[in-house]
Design a protein around this ligand. Sequence first.
Ligand code: AHR
Length: 341
Amino acid sequence: MKQRAKRSTWLISSVLAVLLLLSGCGQDLKEENRQDTITPKDDSLIVVGVSQIGSESVWRTANTASIQSTFSKENGYFLIFDNARQKQENQIKALRSFISQQVDYIVFSPIVEDGWDTVLKEAKDAGIPVILMDRKVNVKDESLYTAWVGSDFTEEGKRAGRWLSGHLEEEGRGDETVNIVVLQGTNGSSSVIGRTKGFDSVAAQHDKWNILEQVDADFTTAKGKEEMNKMLQKYEDIDVVVSQNDDMTFGALEAIQEAGKTTGTQGGIIVISFDATKSALEKVEEGIINVDIECNPEQGTYIEKVIKTLESGERAEKEYFVSERVFTKKNVDSVIDDRSY
Ligand code: AHR
């Protein structure tokens, strides 16, 4: 606790100094900045530096909201939040800045798995525990981070595959050749690696499943539409679209509609999506998307649990999985009204 008080005081004086400079020496701080100036009682706040990937998707925005509401002053935290705008180099810069500010904990969602050994070693040498959120890192030494909180992406991919297998059987199409295209998110990210691996493992058990192409569409609606357009022009007979997040799915749906084709429970192309955001679940309810594999962005409370465990002097588990489900027309009504993102 003493160490935290020292760190926080140092950090807060820096913030205060910068604010004073920005506001013009001698002038009062503006009201909106006042909350960032710390009184002595704030020495008890736990300082958490969070590096977020960006705001590429509705899921990401919900993930950020979960972090911001959990790590509030009312809950006993001083949050330093950085949005890396989809660049690994920005995340590395943010981490280094958290290290130099001697925060108590670093939380970050690594955009890709590779390339973190050096900066994580710097955090470890500074004695700052690092908690990975959402995605994982590929490092030689696993002790470079304390814990990870996130989704079982491989299981999500398997769920998509198992659902497709069951659906084709139900429709009496189990022996048919099915042509599949896959819209993938950020290349090299854990979500893409896991979902692809999981889906491919089920596909490998079906010799009639023909994966025509897997393309990178960046987890965004614009890219999802662009890539889907190209594939519709290239392939006459697409039976299934696996879209690794809802934002890309919305882009793909636009492209499919503009091509004069239909999707979903009554349509021609089967659509499998990931995330289960409210607007996508509404499309499941309407029968436009067949199935949505949930990816739970509400990870703030799980991360807080890890921090509380560490604060009490106990060892945290290395991995914490968030809970997730699969939604189709049959069960989507049970969640749609309560979904906040
Ligand atoms: O890593 C989680 C993925 O990242 C979500 O599926 C996607 O929407 C987000 O941008």
